[in-house]
Design a protein around this ligand. Structure first.
Ligand code: SF4
Length: 188
């Protein structure tokens, strides 16, 4: 009897960093034909951006998951958040930041024939998944795509991510990413 080949759905995952995405990649690579996209122009300074990116590259390489590395575009990010830059973490500055990253992911997904896209952003302990999912769903409608509504912190995934991050010796950052969050962290 011939073995039936099961073709999986292709999914484009926006990865914000390796500590947040390692458990997500591990799970989704089983369920989907997974592609990981790195687009995080919020990260400051550039050396930090390169450091975080290199850890995502390492995870994808190890698990043979295709990775798409888009341009840094930090100037665009600065322009977009300028009107809300003085707001605290968790407010409109973050919504603008999420929207840019998810819209760029959806744009790439649409252009390259994906139906599904998702993000690892909801793994962040200080990230409100309801805000991120609402933005993702709105963008999905705009682009005619399907967004995976998630709260990766749940179901033991946060703990799995923490364990894998430690086992792999992955760099774990101490602030969200932008220069404002770096300043806020320094004040704490
Ligand atoms: S705190 Fe994080 S989510 Fe908010 S604007 Fe800065 S980098 Fe983006």
């Amino acid at each position: 009897m011939p073995i039936q080949k099961v073709s999986k759905n292709r999914l484009l995952l926006h990865a914000c960093c390796a500590p947040c995405s390692i458990a997500v990649i591990n799970e989704l690579r089983v369920e989907y034909e997974l592609y990981v996209l790195f687009f995080n122009p919020n990260i400051h300074p550039e050396a930090e951006y390169l450091k975080r990116k290199s850890e995502v590259v390492r995870v994808c390489r190890e698990w043979k998951v295709s990775m798409i590395d888009l341009d840094y575009e930090s100037t665009l990010w600065e322009e977009l958040v300028a009107p809300v830059s003085q707001k605290k973490e968790g407010g409109p500055r973050c919504s603008t930041c999420f929207r840019l990253r998810l819209a760029r992911t959806a744009d790439y997904a649409k252009e390259h024939g994906f139906v599904y896209f998702a993000t690892s952003l909801t793994m962040g302990r200080r990230k409100d998944s309801t805000v991120i999912n609402a933005i993702g769903r709105t963008i999905a409608v705009q682009f005619g795509l399907k967004f995976l509504d998630t709260n990766w912190k749940k179901g033991g995934r946060w703990e799995t991510g923490r364990r894998l991050t430690e086992e792999w010796g992955i760099y774990r950052q101490s602030y969200c990413g932008c220069r404002f969050s770096l300043e806020e962290m320094a004040k704490r």
